[in-house]
Each structure stands twice: as C-alpha cells, then as structure tokens.
Ligand binder design. Structure first.
Ligand code: ADP
Ligand code: MG
Length: 539
C-alpha cells in the first residue's frame, strides 16, 4: 500500500467545472442579470435601450427580445433565458419582456428557498404544480373575443403599442393593424396568417403617414422607361420563369462560317423572345410580375405593347401578390390564360422617399395586404415596425384562441391570489414553493409601478385589496398611480401572452434549478485548440 495516490483526470485540460451550490448560484445570478437588464423597459412607462454593435450600428428599442438578441449573451444559463424571449416571440409575437422578467423573479425567489435548505427538486415540483394551476386559472378568468369585436381588437392593438416609439401615432397605427388582420383573415376558417401581411418601411415622412395598402407594395421600379407608369384595371401575369433565353449548362460552341448564319442565329433568338411577349399579351395581361430575369429585348417588346413589368421579385412576394390579386403563378407561358391573371384596381410606380416602388393596390378582396410604415428616421421606422409586429401578433393570437385578458398587472395579481389559496391545500415545503411562485407573478405589477415612478408597495397593497373584493381586472393606472378597472380602461391582451410567459418562465426556471454541475469544455474549437482564448466564459 502506498499513500501516493495519483490524481485521475477524466476531463481534458482547460475544462472548467462548477459544482453544487456554486453552480446553482452562478446560474441564478446570470439569469437574474438578464431579467434585470430588460426590466426597466416593461410597460407604458418603460424606458428604451440604445444598443451599439461592434461595427457601430445603433438600435434604439423597447422590445425585450430585440435587446437580448443584440446583446450577444455568452453565459449558458443566461442564454437559456434569452431562449424564453425567442420562444415567446415566435409563439405570440409579444410579451417577451414579461416572460423574461417572470423567469428572473422565479429564480430569485427559488434562491431564497434554497437558502432555507429546501431541496431544488421540491422547489421545482412546487413550481410545476403552481404553473399548471396558473394556466387553468388563466383559462377560466379569460374573456371571449370574436373577429366582430372591433372595439376589443382595437384595444388589443393599442395596448401592444402603448409606450413604444409609436406612441404619438398609436391611434392610426392600431387601426391599420386591425384592418390588416380583418382583411387577411380566412373567411372559412377564421385563421389569420401573418405571412399575408407585408410590412414595407421607409424613413422620411411622419409616422402619421403610415398607411394600409389593399394589395402589395414592392420595393421595385418598372424595368423599362417606355412602360406606362400607371395601369388601371390591372390584369397581372405572375410568372416564375425567366423571360430570357437560358444559357446552356454545358459549354457549347457554335461555329459560324458565314455572316448570314450569324444573322439567322440572332433572328432566331429574337423570334423566341418576341414569342414570349406575344403569349403574355395574348392572355390579356397588362402587368407582368416576374420572379426571375427579363431580357432587354423582352423589356423593349413589353414596353411597346404598353405592358408594365417588374422582375426579380422574391418568391415570398410572388405568393403574396397571388393572394392579394387572386392570380395564379405560372411557369409555362403556353399555359398562361385570362383566368390565371390577378386583378387589381391599379398598378403604379410611385415614389416613397427617394425610391420608386410598385404599388399593386385597390384589390377587391385582398387576402394579402401591406402596411407601409413611415417615420422620421431609420431608427424610428425600425422601432415602429417592431411595435406593429407586436400588435399584429397579439391580434392574430387573440383571434386564434378566441380569448383575452386585461393587462396593467390585473391578471398577475388575480393569478397570485388564486395560487395563494391553492397553496393552502398543500403541505409543507411544496406550499412554500407555490407561495414563492405567487409572489413572483407580482413582479409584473410591481415593475409597472416602479417604471412609472410609483411606490410599488402602496400600489400592490391597494391592488390586492381590490382583488380580494372581487374586482378581478383591477390594475394600475400608470399615469395617475390609482387602481383602475383595466378591462374598462381598454388595456387588453391575448390570453396566450400570459399562458406562454407563465409556462416557459416556469419550465426554464425548473431546468436551471435542477442543474448542480456545469462542465464547460476548454475551447469552442471542434478539435484541439485546448485552452485557447474564446472558450466558455468564466463565471
Ligand atoms: P412585453 O415585452 O412583455 O410585451 P411591454 O413593454 O409591451 O413588454 O409591456 C407590457 C406590459 O405593459 C403588460 O403587462 C401590459 O399589461 C402593460 N400595459 C400595457 N398598456 C398599459 C396601460 N395603458 N396601462 C397599464 N399597463 C399597461
Ligand atoms: Mg408588449
């Protein structure tokens, strides 16, 4: 026997390992830091952030997910929190800050329980019970909505834009979003696909000049000067093949021995191009939207026939134009006929700012539309676009589930009240976890109050008292600091914002709580490079 025990290395050199409570604390700290970053932007009185990239590009925003995406976060647990925001963005399109702030608070309160020696799995289990119950309660307290409830829809749209850069033109923009959603809604299924709402943006005018186009706006000008600038009663051919003679794939050499052969060859090419135009004209089309290239000669012939044409239109836009105009995308010109053509009241080239756009508008029953977003500068336009997207996401989500709740912290306080009651039915340690969950929900009204410069303790006390009296939609009036009926005040949000935020915040906090060992390999490089800089961050 010897006392000389050799250490055993099971991990490569350079690997960092954090164990037990240290691992938990580090992860919780990172998650809290992420939540803390976006917390000040929450609600109508939230502030904006200016993000400057390594290249000096600037983004000014109030939008949780945009902030987190731009921040280039490295810590693994912090990244998991960023994922919550991304999921929320994909599933609902709004409520990203809410979800992240809630996750941060769940972890913060879990940490307190860890300090009193409650085992992470117990907390995790309690959180799951609480989150399941919260979803049930949310579904119960939610109110119905249909596509005909224009007042409610407008309120959803307005709520989404409150406190964003769009504030000053909120009323107009909120209307545009409601109209857009109503137009593209499927008559049969009632479904709203946001793919059918195109957002086109240009700086250089006031936000008030933003408009809804009953059709599609393309960032393209007509391809030939000789074409008409305006076509009324447009019949639109949607063509997804090139209007030029294809280059052969293989290298072919044509040997010409006599000048007349060359002439014949060129004549033949010209005839083929002319035929293309003849076929298009024969179908009755007076507008051509082409997904691929258009030969100079074809442009010339089209112009001579008074046909308006644009080329290299993205396949996404092709689909949208088809939806808006009722046309069919055609590949073979021999098949093209009148019934394939889309219809629009007018197709015209118009200037927006300094650039020329093609407006395909006055479509009869457009199932795809465009919101043209205007604003003073690029940064303003970008932020309005994000606000418009939030509003559209909320509207689509509300119509999909047919359920909405009131905001301004009312829903969270009501949930917390139900969870506290539920906790009474549980025993011991799980009860503590459910109570911690309930308290965590109150971070939303508390933050709304703090961001509005109000005393959160006063506000919360008043709110809770109102809810005890049965006023389930009692929320904060951030402008007066008083309690208001958030439903009557028109602060309305889709149910899904809340269910998604509760479930993903709860899931991720459980996931993080259960980690007691972080093994970070020494390098990001796939092979070798051990111990190189740029490995996993230290924490
Ligand atoms: P998120 O990224 O979570 O959507 P927001 O900055 O959009 O963050 O803030 C949303 C919160 O602001 C919600 O809790 C919502 O109820 C609240 N809110 C929106 N409009 C009002 C209002 N007029 N009065 C009080 N609270 C409001
Ligand atoms: Mg929002």
């Amino acid at each position: 026997m010897t006392n000389n025990v050799q250490p055993i290395f099971i991990l490569p050199e350079g690997t960092q390992r954090t164990l037990g409570r240290d691992a938990q604390r580090n992860n919780i700290m990172a998650a809290k830091a992420v939540a803390e970053t976006v917390r000040t932007t929450l609600g109508p009185k939230g502030m904006d952030k200016m993000l400057v990239s390594g290249l000096g590009d600037i983004v000014v925003t109030n939008d949780g997910v945009t902030i987190l995406k731009e921040m280039d976060i490295e810590h693994p647990a912090a990244k998991m929190i960023v994922e919550i925001a991304k999921t929320q963005e994909n599933e609902v399109g709004d409520g990203t800050t809410t979800a992240v702030v809630l996750a941060g608070e769940l972890l913060k309160n879990a940490e307190k329980l860890l300090d009193s020696d409650i085992h992470p799995t117990v907390i995790s289990h309690g959180y799951r019970l609480a989150s399941d119950r919260a979803i049930e309660v949310l579904n119960k307290i939610a109110e119905p909505i249909t596509a005909k409830d224009f007042k409610l829809l407008k309120e959803i749209s307005t709520t989404a834009m409150t406190g964003k850069g769009s504030e000053s033109a909120k009323d107009n923009l909120a209307d545009l979003c409601v109209q857009a959603v109503s137009l593209v809604q499927d008559d049969a299924t009632g479904k709203v696909s946001l793919d059918n709402i195109k957002i086109e943006k240009r700086a250089g005018a006031s936000m008030q000049d933003s408009e809804l186009i009953r059709g599609i706006v393309l960032d393209k000008e007509r391809i030939h000067e000789g074409m008409p600038k305006t076509v009324k009663g447009a019949k639109i051919a949607l063509i997804d093949r090139e209007l030029e003679i294809k280059k052969t794939e293989i290298d072919a050499k044509i040997e010409i021995t006599d000048p007349s052969q060359l002439q014949a060859f060129m004549d033949q090419e010209e005839k083929m191009l002319r035929d293309m135009v003849e076929k298009i004209a024969k179908s009755g089309a007076n507008v051509v939207i082409c997904q691929k290239g258009v030969d100079d000669l074809v442009q010339h012939f089209l112009a001579k026939k008074g046909i308006y044409a644009v080329r290299r239109v993205s396949s996404d836009d092709m689909k949208k134009i088809a939806k808006a105009t009722g046309g069919k995308i055609v590949s073979n010109l021999d098949d093209l006929n009148l019934t394939d053509l889309g219809q629009a009241g007018i197709v015209e080239e118009k200037k927006v700012g300094d650039d020329s756009f093609t407006f395909i508008q006055e479509c009869k029953n457009p199932k795809a539309v465009t919101i043209l977003v205007r604003g003073g500068t690029e940064h303003v336009v970008d932020e309005i676009e994000r606000a418009v997207k939030d509003a559209l996401g909320d509207l689509a989500s509300a119509l999909k589930d047919g359920k909405v709740v009131a905001g301004a912290g009312s829903t969270e306080i009501e949930l917390a009240r139900h969870l506290r009651k539920f906790a009474e039915s549980l025993s011991g340690r799980e009860q503590l976890a459910v109570l911690a969950f309930a308290e965590s929900l109150e971070i939303i009204p508390r933050t709304l109050a703090e961001n509005a410069g109000l005393d959160p303790i006063d506000v919360l006390t008043e709110l809770k008292a109102a809810h005890e009296k049965g006023q389930k939609w009692a929320g904060i009036n951030v402008f007066t600091g008083k309690v208001m009926d958030a439903w009557a005040a028109g602060v309305i949000e889709p149910l899904k914002i809340k269910t998604q935020a509760v479930s993903s915040a709860s899931e991720v906090s459980q996931l993080i709580l259960r980690i007691d060992d972080v093994i970070a390999s020494g390098s990001k490089a796939p092979s070798g490079g051990r111990g190189m800089p740029g490995g996993m961050p230290e924490y």
